[in-house]
Design a protein around this ligand. Structure first.
Ligand SMILES: *Cc1c(COP(=O)(O)O)cnc(C)c1O
Length: 403
């Protein structure tokens, strides 16, 4: 954004509502959707110039689409990034980053606590192309330093982690990556730029699953890679060649989602904080994992690099799987689904769903015990969320199927 841009220096809400919008000659107030696969040229010379890249403008929607571009410019403004590249899903964003910046013989350091499919991408897919990955406990800086190799090119983290809200020190990881000429990529899905801006702490690349809070209402799949224009060039080339681009309709939904992002994230954070404190007082609750709580091991670092603590928390109940399932099955308002980042609160049993494929030993290592429950706290009235959980926590056995 240049100095003469009226939005230069504007606040987060103004950027979320205004950044990136262009208007057609129709003068539409809201952002337009361009559901078109290709574009026409005025004459053969213009077609030639566009194909040769000598004249700016659209050619084909695998390359550029005006609605997708508006979304890219808006999220880039929010993250303080030079450039954003929108993708079909969060996983397509991570794949595009890796295909652009890794090659056979490279080594990756990835946090042990990342999204399960991200782990699979590194272990089952990229390994086929000669990229080796070592997994490191997210908050253990000594382990990160010890695992670094001369050929380590990428450090990949998510902070806060899912579901235990482990916090990584972004600045320390960025310094470590740069000492080895490697890149630090942060999956900023849980905080979004409303709560955390990783580039300001030295990260090189940000990944989003737009599917979560950027949409915020559970409608569409999408993703974004963000960073300097220099780093995004190869990401864009991969995307244009391989094709996992964002659809214009999805981009339009995300544009609308961004407009309320900061308001929603603050409301999610407030509800989650209230729920965390309430859970701590329940007799049937053993421990609550939420970085907003002063006794959480990552609380101080989270305060340094986050504006708020987000909407996801987890807790253990006294007992084991049966007791955890009983709490989940006693809810009548919360949605039993593995998705998160929605205005609707969701509840899930990680050990038998999102983390069900891990061995019991891996689960123990990661703290995914059988008595653990994760909640993505939505924007319903907090009293109703608490009442919905009380039923199970107070021991009433009332399966969903019977209500
Ligand atoms: C959901 C999720 C992803 C994957 O995103 P999709 O849009 O489902 O492909 C990646 N990272 C995190 C942290 C997620 O929660």
């Amino acid at each position: 954004m240049t100095l003469d841009d009226p939005l230069f220096g504007a606040g987060i809400d103004t950027l979320a509502i205004r950044a990136g919008q262009t208007r057609t000659a129709e003068g539409e107030h809201a952002e337009a959707i361009f559901p078109t696969s290709s574009y026409v040229f005025a004459n053969a010379a213009e077609a030639a110039a566009r194909f040769a890249g000598e004249q700016p403008g659209n050619v084909y929607s695998r390359y550029t689409n005006p609605t997708v571009r508006m979304f890219e410019q808006r999220i880039a403004a929010l993250e303080g990034a030079e450039q954003a590249v929108a993708t079909a899903s969060g996983m397509a964003a991570i794949l595009s980053l890796c295909m652009a910046h890794l090659k056979s013989g490279d080594h990756v350091l990835c946090a042990r606590e990342v999204f399960g499919t991200t782990t699979n991408l590194f272990t089952k897919q990229l390994s086929k192309f000669g990229v080796e990955t070592t997994f490191v406990p997210l908050a253990d800086m000594a382990a990160w330093a010890a695992a670094l190799r001369p050929n380590t090119r990428l450090l990949f983290v998510e902070t806060p982690s899912n579901p235990l809200a482990v916090i990584a020190d972004i600045q320390a990881l960025a310094d470590l990556a740069h000492s080895n000429n490697a890149l630090l990529a942060v999956d900023n899905c849980f905080c979004t730029p409303a709560l955390q801006k990783p580039l300001a702490f030295g990260a090189d690349i940000i990944i989003h699953s737009a599917t979560k809070y950027l949409d915020g209402q559970g409608r569409c799949l999408g993703g974004v890679v963000l960073g300097s224009a220099a780093l995004m060039t190869d990401v864009l080339t991969f995307l244009r060649t391989a094709g996992p681009t964002m659809s214009p309709f999805n981009a339009w939904v995300f544009l609308k989602g961004l407009e309320t992002l900061r308001l929603r994230m603050d409301a999610h954070s407030a509800n989650a904080m209230a729920l965390a404190q309430w859970l701590q007082q329940q007799a049937a609750v053993e421990q609550v994992f939420y970085a907003g709580l002063a006794d959480h091991p990552g609380h101080e670092i989270a305060r340094k690099q986050q504006r708020g603590f987000g909407g996801v928390l987890s807790f253990t109940v006294t007992g084991g799987r049966e007791e955890a399932w009983q709490v989940i099955d006693s809810t009548r308002i919360l949605s039993l689904t593995a998705n998160l980042g929605d205005v609707k609160s969701t509840i899930v049993h990680p050990a038998t769903t999102t983390h069900g494929r891990l061995s019991e030993e891996e689960r123990q290592q990661s703290g995914i015990t059988q008595n653990l429950i994760r909640i993505s706290v939505g924007l319903e009235d907090i009293e109703d969320i608490q009442a919905d959980l009380s039923r199970g926590l107070d021991g009433a056995k009332r399966p969903k199927s019977e209500v």
